[in-house]
Design a binder for this molecule. Structure first.
Ligand SMILES: [Zn+2]
Length: 97
């Protein structure tokens, strides 16, 4: 890959993966929290013990679903969307799909 401005060889930045991994973890945590409240609401139909059991079940299901989705999204962004190149000669940066 060469710089489109000056034609010199450019380098590929590798700063994307930690950010998208964190985004995936955050998304998983959000889904887990909403799953817990939904599970607790359903469990409360069966009394106090049902509220606790429903909340725990909601956390497990939400964390599994959210974690998988966050990982898939982060992996997709890492590999397909954000691939940034940088030219050390003229300091130009650009994205390549
Ligand atoms: Zn350049």
């Amino acid at each position: 890959m060469n710089c489109p401005l000056c034609g010199k060889p450019a380098s590929l930045k590798s700063v994307v993966r930690p950010a998208t991994t964190a985004a995936g973890v955050g998304a998983g945590g959000y889904v887990a929290a909403s799953g817990a409240s939904t599970g607790a609401a359903i469990g409360s139909l069966f009394g106090p013990l049902g509220t606790v059991a429903g909340g725990l079940l909601g956390i497990l299901v939400g964390a599994a679903a959210g974690g998988a989705a966050g990982h898939a999204v982060g992996k997709y962004i890492d590999e397909g969307v954000i691939r940034t190149y940088h030219c050390d000669f003229c300091d130009y940066s650009w994205r390549a799909a």
